[in-house]
Design a protein around this ligand. Structure first.
Ligand code: ZN
Length: 263
């Protein structure tokens, strides 16, 4: 493992051992302060007699140990690996997100994406596009990186102080993105954000990197600009790619198609 990755991982694990670990997404965890004893297992409340959080319990039951922060944790006596993909997906969306089943078009998109195909999803707003990457992020051992072009636009506007029209639209979109993070964390899925250093403090960024290095983070939201401008971030991700693999998602892809003109 690369030395830099080892350092971030050790820092994070040392904080957990000293009971001083607070994840970057703690604001979305209800009663976080009262959950201190659960921090070692993904910071979430334990839901099973085996001392696992909901997500780890799902992984352990499905034999998806490579997706867990601590793969060595447990072999459950009641583990029942579902081999049929559709059945597994339905089990996932029901147990983790509380939906009855995944729709046929969601299933097709997730299956294609998980098979390593470039997948383009067009669906009306509110029809469940995001579930496609949520489910893929849970089922894959890789880190899922989601590009949010609209966040990049907001940052640009903040930096250039040309903050004027479309304010409401931008605010709504921003809310949607933060809501993604809130929804995922509420469902027990650790995820982080990495934006320009001008809008996110260095200590928060360090924490996010530690969480990724420890294998805690399943979904990372970022901007095209952050990847383009930060060499250190790119190098870090390169190490993660070598070790764990990365899969990319472009949210709001209609903005990307016409990116230059969009600004
Ligand atoms: Zn866990």
């Amino acid at each position: 493992m690369n030395q830099e990755l080892v350092v971030y991982k050790q820092l994070g694990l040392a904080h957990i051992q000293k009971d001083q670990f607070a994840p970057s997404f703690q604001c979305y965890i209800e009663n976080f302060e009262s959950l201190t004893k659960y921090k070692a297992c993904s910071c979430f409340e334990k839901v099973s007699a085996y001392g696992l959080c909901q997500l780890c319990y799902f992984y352990a039951r499905q034999g998806l140990h490579e997706n867990m922060m601590k793969p060595e944790t447990v072999l459950l006596p009641d583990a029942q690996r579902i081999s049929d993909f559709e059945e597994l997906l339905n089990f996932l969306v029901k147990t983790v997100f509380g939906f009855q089943t995944a729709h046929e078009n969601q299933k097709q998109a997730i299956e294609a994406y998980m098979a390593g195909k470039h997948t383009f999803v067009i669906m009306p707003t509110g029809s469940g596009k995001s579930l496609c990457f949520w489910a893929s992020a849970i089922l894959s051992p890789k880190l899922t990186i989601v590009f949010e072009p609209l966040i990049a636009l907001i940052q640009d506007q903040m930096v250039s102080s040309s903050w004027k029209h479309d304010f409401t639209l931008i605010q709504c979109r921003l809310f949607i993105t933060y809501n993604f993070q809130a929804k995922l964390v509420t469902a027990g899925i650790p995820c982080g954000c990495m934006y320009a250093s001008s809008t996110q403090g260095k200590s928060v960024q360090e924490k996010v990197l530690q969480e990724i290095a420890m294998g805690l983070t399943r979904v990372l939201f970022t901007t095209p600009e952050k990847l383009q401008k930060s060499l250190a971030f790119r190098q870090f991700l390169h190490q993660i790619y070598e070790e764990r693999g990365i899969q990319f998602v472009v949210d709001e892809a209609h903005c990307i198609i016409d990116y230059k003109h969009f600004r």
